[in-house]
Design a protein around this ligand. Structure first.
Ligand code: C5P
Ligand code: C5P
Ligand code: ZN
Length: 460
């Protein structure tokens, strides 16, 4: 075990000791895949320890929500996948709380489990589900929940920096080989659940020029490389192909993509490490960490995180059926969102590019759309997106590893601008978000542009 893991387990032990003093606990988690898996991990661990809980999912933690929580006067609150940026509010409102999070902390307390406090970076070394898995490990024997821990960090795209999970995430993975398996494979969405031609046809991240969106072109592509397209053949999924066939499709696709102008960044992304959940049935979304996390995002990002959590807790009937329906909608919304950006374009400033989705893209998925469209557009500048939200303008920002290496820190930049003009935000160096007051969009973007300029200049 690494020194960091040992230190985090020690801190988790303190948190667990406090948890065990209580009979009923308020749980608060984030609505994305990492937040939902975090919620499910702590809920399972409490259930097994005979402790009751009430679960609440929120889009973000702000002063209003902290104050509403305080009004309920819970004995103890456990925040998962959020809270580290709001320690001041939590203590001002007198909440007795445990925080298991990986966002950049603003402040510290004894009952705070966050990788940044132990010298690790929460944008790629461990996510909220991982910290919560460490916490669960101190509440009882919960190592079977390692699969949910991996689904969470995959949902947060923590494999992106090195093309695979590293550091604390890797430790969790390798300590649980009967539960989760890492395998190098094609990284398109739908290997478990879609016929191969549909997997190609619906590929939006990356977008495959000439194939994405065209059923005929995809069937033709497979036919040309010798995958017959008879009736039965047509419905074979990626997992139904034998190893030789997989190699043939992968190398032809790589060659095709290079020839058809896919950027080298995206060509490199076509093959990567994938994570299989060995306790799950083959041919379902839950078998593959990436598909699973998308299924969960399809619930939480539409205010139905409870449905995703029920799937994580083992409901493969009613909750899974609802989640599957939501998944179809979600996939469609992502494609519509990507088309919106393509049709409307982005505006470039000296140190960032941005687009304003208004009400055309739900604010809960505008960050995903920004990240996906960034993959196929100008990667020399960070991308910032605006979308309408009931209490202000939602901002989502995404950078690249190269920009972070050159000094970019989106979480700090957004924090600084919010301090100047109002609003609240946070996140990571490579991805961050905020809500800014109505009427302040222009001011926000100009200020953010100059803060980023100075971050890069300071490092140069
Ligand atoms: O709330 P949170 O921490 O869960 O979200 C992390 C966000 O950071 C995700 O939207 C993920 O896509 C983004 N990310 C990224 N590039 C990375 C790592 C994370 O865009 N290398
Ligand atoms: O919402 P979005 O996907 O753009 O979020 C990117 C990152 O910024 C996530 O880690 C999210 O938790 C964080 N964020 C935040 N405060 C907000 C909005 C987003 O800390 N108001
Ligand atoms: Zn997270």
């Amino acid at each position: 075990m690494s020194e960091t893991m040992i230190q985090m387990a020690q801190r988790a032990k303190k948190c667990a000791e406090e948890i065990k003093k209580h009979r009923e606990i308020q749980l608060v988690s984030h609505i994305d895949a990492d937040g939902i898996t975090s919620g499910a991990i702590i809920a399972k661990a409490l259930e097994r320890a005979g402790i009751e809980y009430e679960m609440l999912f929120v889009k973000q933690l702000d002063e209003n929500i902290v104050s509403e929580l305080a009004d309920k006067n819970p004995e103890l609150t456990i925040f998962t996948d959020l809270g580290s940026g709001q320690i001041e509010h939590i203590s001002n409102y007198g909440l007795h709380a445990i925080i298991s999070d990986h966002h950049r902390p603003q402040g510290d307390t004894d009952l705070h489990l966050n990788p940044h406090l132990f010298g690790a970076n929460g944008s790629f070394e461990i996510s909220g589900s991982g910290t919560t898995f460490i916490l669960a490990g101190q509440l009882g024997n919960n190592s079977d929940l390692a699969d949910l821990a991996i689904v969470g960090c995959v949902g947060d795209m923590q494999y992106r920096k090195y093309g695979k999970l590293v550091s604390l995430n890797r430790e969790i993975l390798e300590a649980n080989p009967t539960i989760i398996e890492a395998k190098k494979d094609i990284s398109l969405y739908g290997k478990q659940t879609r016929p191969v031609f549909k997997m190609l046809q619906f590929s939006s991240d990356p977008y495959l020029p000439g194939l994405s969106g065209s059923e005929d072109a995809c069937i033709d592509f497979l036919h040309r490389i010798g995958l017959r397209s008879g009736n039965d053949e047509k419905w074979r999924r990626w997992i139904d192909l034998d190893e030789g066939e997989k190699v043939r499709v992968t190398s032809s696709l790589l060659q095709y993509s290079v020839q058809n102008g896919l950027s080298s960044y995206n060509v490199n992304r076509l093959v990567g490490e994938c994570y299989l959940l060995l306790q799950e049935e083959e041919g379902t979304e839950m078998r593959d960490a990436s598909e699973y996390s998308t299924l969960l995002n399809a619930t939480g990002r539409y205010m139905q995180a409870e449905v995703g959590m029920a799937v994580c807790m083992g409901d493969r009937e009613e909750a899974y059926d609802s989640a599957s329906r939501l998944l179809n909608e979600h996939r469609k919304n992502l494609v519509d969102g990507l088309n919106f950006v393509k049709d409307n374009g982005v505006t470039q400033l000296s140190h960032l590019q941005f687009f304003d989705a208004g009400s055309s893209i739900p604010e809960t998925i505008v960050g995903i759309v920004a990240g996906m469209s960034h993959a196929s557009n100008n990667r020399h500048l960070p991308i910032v997106a605006f979308a309408n939200k009931e209490d202000g303008h939602k901002v989502s920002a995404r950078g690249t590893q190269e920009l972070v290496n050159r000094g970019l820190n989106l979480s700090e930049a957004i924090g600084q601008v919010c301090q100047e003009i109002g609003g609240a935000g946070g996140g990571h160096d490579i991805a961050a978000g905020a809500t800014v007051p109505f009427g302040k969009k222009q001011e926000f973007i100009e200020k953010l542009n100059s803060v980023i300029a100075s971050q890069i200049a300071a490092r140069a």
